[in-house]
Design a protein around this ligand. Sequence first.
Ligand code: ADP
Ligand code: ASP
Ligand code: MG
Length: 413
Amino acid sequence: MKVYKFGGASLQTAGSIRNVVSILQKYPADVVVVSAMGKMTNAFEELVESYFHHRPDLQGKFDRIKDYHMDIARELFGDNSQGILDLEKLFSAISERLQKVPFVNYDKTYDQVVPYGEMLSSTILYHYLKQEGFHCQWLDATEIVHTDDNFREAHLEVIKTQENLKPTLHTDGLKLTQGFIGGCKEGYMTTLGREGSDYTAAVIAVFSGAEDVTIWKDVPGLLNADPRHFEKTQILSHISYHEAVELAFYGAKVIHPKTIKPLQNYHIPMYVRSFLEPDKPGSLIDSATEWDDNITSYIVKHNQVLLTLKTMDFSFMAEDHLHHLYGLFNKLGIKLNLMQNSAITLSVCFDKEEEKLESLLRAVEKTHHFKYNEGVDLVTLRHYNPESIQRVILNRKVLIDQRNRMTAQLVME
Ligand code: ADP
Ligand code: ASP
Ligand code: MG
């Protein structure tokens, strides 16, 4: 059993859908998980904004999304086809939703609209696969992937999902489903967090006892830095789960951080391969650790806030105090990318989100003095050496430099 995941970049145009199908002809899979096409999740997010705030540009945004998918579908299977009819049905369902009063809860509203991106992409790919002679089954992830109702960051309900998936696995042919989306007990759609399709693929691989899972990307594999921001990147041909989860955790945007745990727990190897060069081997992630420290990896997070809190009464920044502050970060949904404390100060670095920062400052202002820098960069190096540190610092001002045996983190202006 082989599980594949195709992300938005591999599903942008009619030509890229043809490419995906040619990959499946050459390298067959049993289960295919897809994301929304191109940047459609962003387009759906904008649609939700207009819907929720009753803005007049709602219809224009809807039309743009519809035209994009319909143009691709017409190019692939012509005007009078079942594919076009199925897409029309999906667009009617979206329209119907947009005519209802939005829920007061923004995240719940979001989850009743954004999953249509995946519904549309999988419907287009399904009809094109059938046209090309594949025996293929379309599975509705909102009925299979069972979650709680923590909208936009829903948690998987393992036993129910496993039960739902079981009957589908013994049927013949290729199974095609959607990543990133699920459904909760009350019958509402849910999403698993942006970029969550990799995680869906990993979970399905585990529940179906797959031999491996492959995520198809627009890069040759897992690289030692994001090629959009670094020149001369190197491929990490074979790394361990541990290394992969560290890279993803520190922000390497190529794999969703939650993906590795299920695969590691069940010893399922993961390949990262290029849909542009499908004959190349790409990267392999499994239990082998021998090659982990061969190459230095660089991960850059832009637009960070570096906040330093100092106790007003000179009480120590000790366990009880830290416990309180970490509880506050957790409550406000602030994910810390770096932390460091001294006798009476705590410095933390996190992604800049205006509202969260304001709530945090309101919560601490009576008990702490604070200072913060906005718009700073956090650079993480795995398996660093003096040259690689120098390479990232150049002439920049370093605000924090924190190192352990494997990892260096630098906060820089
Ligand atoms: P998709 O959504 O199509 O699955 P993404 O756009 O999420 O794919 O991920 C692929 C992108 O991740 C690449 O185009 C690349 O710019 C970026 N990226 C960031 N860090 C890395 C890395 N360490 N190795 C490879 N690609 C990376
Ligand atoms: N389509 C979703 C997103 O863009 C999920 C994914 O691509 O993994 O976030
Ligand atoms: Mg993605």
